[in-house]
Design a protein around this ligand. Structure first.
Ligand code: AMP
Length: 407
């Protein structure tokens, strides 16, 4: 479907052209007409499907009618990087319309954000915590909001943000149009949707299945040989743009150093880095200054980097859904990509589940130049055993929520 079939305001043509969109993606084909018709929507779509433009375009279309200089659209999203990315999409698509957008999130000065509300910037893209802080101080004017987008609702749930999201919903007028997007629908997300949306239309594309342009391979390896296998794998790979995931920020930091020592231009993205460092890492990775970025799930959630050729899971994620989100960053919008995963025997259950969801057996590979029989170095006596995946999951319940752990 061509974009002019949507009858969008002609002032949006320049932006659509600038973004280089010609044919609408399936989610856009379904969501744009429904949203223009004023319906509340529940969109089941993973990143990489074009879902950002699917909600941004109808909102811009509607904002072009009616008042300026007041905040009429609020987009709530879990991470700062995602907020920046949506903001950039809004800027690109709204080029030449005079509509303004601003981001609101923690870790940076609040003053420009307060001023954005004072100036009545039409679109605010916010993470829940800072938005509520400003609202509590009377600095976030939300009483004119007509369009609310809850993006990546499942991840907001994972990160413990749903109580904050509910407070935000209470703070904006009940007479509004609400669009909610999520890759999966746990009971809590369904509950939020029931409370927040009116007679929503459901739109589903590619329900939690990875883009078919990605090929997957597993590299079974004992835990202590992961680094050796990774470095060997990098040697065999065209390392122009490789995103590597680790389970923790400590492992991300260590791996970045080790990869750097091996001669690659590497950076990392995790919550121990300042906002400025995170932005520089991302910018440098996008521009090609860095070939490799090592990231944790939370930091890299939903990132849209056009040219990623390979995603490597140094550690298997905790859930099948997280795997799908991670590899959603390669093979985007018809480009092909490869996803490599280093797996240990602990990962067996999750791999079975993934293969069920993806309806395919994942290829197991071995590298010729690695001696897999090298024994693990003896453990120092005072180091506790880590335990298997299910024990880790059990232990996690007692730990503070992910959002407080700062991955
Ligand atoms: P998203 O799922 O919103 O993260 O979008 C994934 C990528 O697809 C982004 O790089 C978009 O710029 C791109 N994209 C979105 N819509 C289209 C389209 N209709 N044609 C080509 N690329 C698109």
């Amino acid at each position: 479907m061509n974009f002019n079939q949507f009858n969008l305001d002609s002032r949006l043509n320049a932006g659509i052209k600038r973004a280089g969109y010609e044919i609408a993606t399936p989610i856009q084909e379904k969501a744009i007409p429904a949203a223009i018709a004023g319906k509340d929507l529940i969109g089941t779509a993973q990143t990489g499907t074009g879902k950002t433009a699917a909600f941004v375009l109808p909102i811009l279309h509607k904002l072009l009618k009616g008042q300026r200089n007041q905040t009429r659209a609020l987009i709530v999203t879990p991470t700062r990087e995602l907020a920046e990315q949506i903001h950039q999409t809004v800027r690109e698509l709204s080029a030449g319309t005079g509509l303004r957008s601003a981001t609101v999130y923690g870790g940076v000065g609040a003053q420009p954000q307060v001023q954005a509300f004072q100036r009545g910037v039409e679109i605010i893209v916010a993470c829940p915590g800072r938005l509520l802080d400003l609202h509590a101080k009377g600095q976030a004017r939300l009483n004119r909001v007509e369009f609310l987008v809850l993006d990546e609702a499942d991840r907001m749930f994972d990160m413990g943000f749903l109580p904050d999201v509910r407070r935000i919903v209470k703070a904006i007028p009940g007479k509004r149009q609400t669009l909610l997007f999520s890759a999966t629908f746990e009971r809590e997300v369904e509950k939020l949707a029931r409370e927040t949306l009116r007679k929503p239309e459901r739109i589903t594309v590619g329900l939690s299945r990875p883009a078919h342009t990605v090929s997957h391979a597993l590299y079974p390896v004992p835990q202590h040989l992961k680094r050796v296998v990774l470095l060997e794998l990098l040697k065999k790979t065209d390392t122009d743009s490789v995103l590597i995931f680790t389970r923790t920020k400590h492992r991300a930091r260590r791996l970045e150093q080790q990869i750097g020592k091996a001669g690659y231009k590497a950076t990392s993205l995790h919550s121990d880095r300042t906002q400025g460092q995170r932005q520089r890492a991302l910018k440098g990775f996008k521009s090609g200054q860095f070939q490799i970025m090592v990231a944790t799930d939370i930091a890299a959630r939903g990132l849209d980097i056009d040219s990623i050729s390979h995603v490597i899971n140094f550690d298997m994620p905790d859930t099948a859904d997280a795997y799908i989100h991670r590899i959603g960053r390669t093979g985007r919008a018809k480009r092909s990509g490869e996803a490599f995963t280093l797996t240990t025997p602990d990962d067996a259950d999750l791999i079975r589940k993934l293969e069920r969801i993806m309806k395919q057996k994942l290829e197991r590979r071995e590298l010729d130049n690695v001696d897999y029989s090298v024994p693990a170095p003896p453990k120092p006596a005072n180091v506790r055993r880590r335990g298997n995946r299910s024990q880790r999951a059990g232990a996690r319940k007692k730990r503070p929520h992910r959002s407080q752990r700062g991955k």
